[in-house]
Design a protein around this ligand. Structure first.
Ligand code: F3S
Length: 394
């Protein structure tokens, strides 16, 4: 006998994660993870199809994380994977989800304002929403975010409590941070050391680059448990929170120690393909613009280069003529998909990336060899100039 899925089923999910008295808080937006067929498989697909047939619908604006294929250029992916990924998206759309397929919903598809209470899954988006925008969400799991999207509320716990999310450990970094990779590594190291505590970060020479902080927060979300990093002079309300007594001072050696665990020291053998992957989290329109600009000085790249972005940023980039510039340099631009792309799992290349989060998951889940490299350095090493060749080109 088949059990019916009802709103009560989802109320029970939210009840089960709260000890003692159950309290709830109304939300105005949800963001769902657990959308990729490569992660949820046939069981997840069937569950979402049953749910869609049950008649339940989302109560608040609900966006969805990327899947594992770009529906417009999924030629290298198994047709079965493409078809099943399509059915997952269709089920969620039937329930009222915006077909956003991105891990940066805050940029176009699910814009936020300070103080907004939301229920988002996808750690990098959660950290960005709380730490940069000043919204309020716990690090929801796939099921609790789904439950909240259907019910229109979430459990009043963690960051939704009066002192929830207050910082418990102060981090200081001694030395310089040169690029987005350094910021990603710093976030990752902070996550390893902070435990369940929310960190307060004080930098000697902070930069004004949001993409760098995007990498810091994605790195932190990969290894840490807290839903927020209080960044001095950046996070809304940072001046009002009490500064923690516990202090950890980090330096370059802490970053280097973790870099070598996520990055091969030697290039791939000649018979193994190398792909450079960027856009984890998805590149914003500004980042695409900057990348395009950075490629102006070269003729093409000697290594296959993949950029991941959202559908909305892709359309805007197309309208502004940016994609044509990238394609002209041999760069492929993917939308709808995560860097955990279907064909990478099959073809097993070495993957070079400027994202700590990408390296962590490609190594852990796809068992690929990864090399960490900042974008600028990659272009300098692998850019082919008009007159002659610069770089190793292995
Ligand atoms: Fe986004 Fe996938 Fe990276 S969801 S943050 S591109 S691992």
């Amino acid at each position: 006998m088949k059990t019916r899925i009802t709103r009560r089923t989802f109320r029970k999910i939210l009840e089960s994660i709260q000890a003692g008295r159950k309290r709830y808080v109304k939300i105005s937006s949800a963001h769902l993870s657990g959308v990729s067929y490569l992660n949820i498989g046939d069981a997840g697909l069937e569950f979402l199809e049953d749910l869609s047939r049950s008649g339940l619908r989302f109560k608040v604006r609900t966006t969805i994380n990327p899947g594992c294929v770009d529906f417009d250029s999924a030629v290298e992916c198994d047709s079965e994977v493409v078809e099943k990924q399509g059915r997952i998206v269709k089920s969620l759309k039937n329930m009222g989800a915006v077909e956003s397929l991105t891990c940066t919903p805050y940029l176009f598809d699910n814009p936020l304002r300070r103080g907004q209470k939301i229920a988002w899954a996808e750690s990098s988006a959660v950290l960005y929403a709380n730490s940069i925008i000043g919204a309020s969400t716990n690090k929801e799991g796939s099921l609790t975010a789904l439950a909240s999207a259907i019910l229109g509320y979430t459990s009043q716990s963690g960051i939704h409590l009066r002192s929830g999310g207050n910082p418990g450990v102060l981090f200081e970094y001694k030395g310089g941070l040169e690029n987005e990779l350094d910021y990603g590594l710093l976030g990752y190291v902070m996550g390893l050391k902070a435990g369940a505590e929310a960190p307060y970060l004080r930098l000697k020479k902070p930069v004004a680059s949001i993409p760098y902080y995007k990498q810091l927060l994605a790195g932190f979300g990969t290894s840490g448990a807290a839903p927020i990093v209080w960044i001095e002079n950046l996070t809304p309300g940072f001046s009002r929170v009490r500064k923690p007594g516990r202090k950890i001072v980090l330096d370059r050696s802490d970053l280097e120690k973790e870099r070598v665990t996520l990055s091969e020291e030697t290039p791939p053998p000649h018979d193994v393909k190398l792909v450079f992957v960027t856009g984890c989290p998805h590149m914003s329109l500004d980042e695409i613009e900057d990348f395009n600009e950075a490629l102006r000085s070269i003729n093409r790249l000697s290594v296959e280069t993949w950029v991941f972005t959202s559908r909305s940023a892709y359309s805007e980039a197309l309208r502004k003529g940016l994609l044509q510039g990238l394609l002209g340099k041999g760069v492929r631009v993917f939308k709808d998909s995560c860097i955990m792309y279907c064909s990478l799992k099959k073809s097993k290349p070495y993957v070079m990336t400027n994202s700590v989060k990408a390296a962590y998951y490609l190594r852990g889940s796809f068992r690929l060899k990864t090399i960490l490299k900042p974008l600028k350095e990659f272009i300098e090493e692998y850019g082919v100039k008009q007159h002659g060749f610069k770089g190793q080109g292995y």
